[in-house]
Design a protein around this ligand. Structure first.
Ligand code: BJW
Length: 256
């Protein structure tokens, strides 16, 4: 059922009711939830990364092979922005919600680590994490965190793998790469089992992440979207709330 003519207040009340009624909750977040922490999105027209850069120049294995320095520099700048940022009211509201329901899974496409910093526990980072690195030649899976601090503090040269000498790369999922198998499997299971599935701040155009809310719909969950703009999901979901994450999440969760 959709609520095309409802006022925002009615929609907020409806969402508050769904929150009260739901015991199995899953949430999918995208770049929009971190926008109010000062981290740019990808596809927003004026401010998104892809309005200034071509994804195939920065977010593919081929780009890194061709020009590792340029790709590394872009990620170093983004890592600095992440270090300077803090979780906003949207991230914090989601972590408080988790503490109130029996089953809560937070699936994020974001690589910024802000959900973990806000205190979210059952968290799946399906596109990786920008604060980790791994060997480009895949000789070891992940570097230890203390090594990462040292490696990433070296600003302008692409660091080398301590095991094999190949380049280290950001531990994120680039276009054409598979998502971490266990993580995406858990995400689909959470979608299948959810009573309430919430999408926040995602354009829902990148696959397979965009299939997760579709799976929730097909499995009988009530699906709600929070986004200031329409997305391909807007006409499919039960309730589409127009607004920002930091504004609406505390309201619908009764935390403001
Ligand atoms: C606010 C707000 C506020 C603003 N509050 N909201 C099936 C069909 C078609 C294509 C494919 C398919 N299967 C695979 C593909 C290819 C590709 C794909 O999906 N392409 C499409 C773009 C067409 N997918 C892949 O390649 C994936 N791999 C894969 O499928 O492997 C199998 C395979 C292997 C080989 C060949 C083929 C298949 C991997 C995808 C990896 C995506 N990686 C990135 C970069 C990660 C690293 C990094 O950060 O650098 O992930 S791309 C980028 O997009 C990033 C994001 O996680 C992802 C999603 O973006 P997101 O989060 O939705 O952000 P935006 O900017 O798009 O939207 C922001 C939203 O927020 C907007 O709606 C705003 O309105 C809103 N907003 N302010 C709330 N304050």
């Amino acid at each position: 059922m959709q609520y095309p003519d409802a006022t925002t207040n009615q929609q907020i009340k409806r969402m508050q009711q769904l929150v009260q009624e739901s015991a199995r909750v899953a949430v999918l977040t995208g770049a929009g939830i971190s926008a109010e922490s000062g981290i740019p999105t990808f596809r927003d027209a004026q401010t998104g990364y892809w309005s200034r850069f071509r994804p195939e120049d920065l977010a593919t294995e081929e780009a890194f092979r061709r020009d590792p320095e340029t790709v590394w520099r872009w990620y170093a700048e983004r890592r600095a922005a992440v270090h300077a940022a803090a979780p906003n009211a949207g991230h914090i509201a989601l972590s408080r919600w988790e503490a109130r329901v029996p089953s809560f899974t937070l699936i994020t496409q974001n690589v910024d680590g802000l959900h973990a910093r806000a205190g979210s526990k059952n968290l799946i980072e399906i596109h990786g994490n920008i604060l980790r690195v791994r060997c480009f030649a895949r000789c070891v899976s992940y570097s230890r965190r203390d090594e990462i601090e040292v490696i990433t503090s070296a600003a302008d040269t692409v660091p080398r793998c301590p095991e094999c000498g190949d380049y280290l790369r950001p531990d994120v999922v680039w276009f054409g790469e598979n998502l971490p198998e266990a993580g995406i499997a858990r995400a689909f299971t959470a979608a299948e089992q959810a009573d309430l599935f919430l999408c926040v701040g995602t354009s829902a155009v990148v696959y397979p992440a965009a299939m997760v809310p579709q799976t929730a719909l097909e499995s009988g969950a009530t699906v709600v979207e929070i986004n200031p703009e329409e997305t391909p999901l807007s006409t499919l979901v039960h309730l589409s709330l127009r607004g920002t994450a930091a504004d609406l999440l505390p309201q619908v969760l009764g935390l403001d």
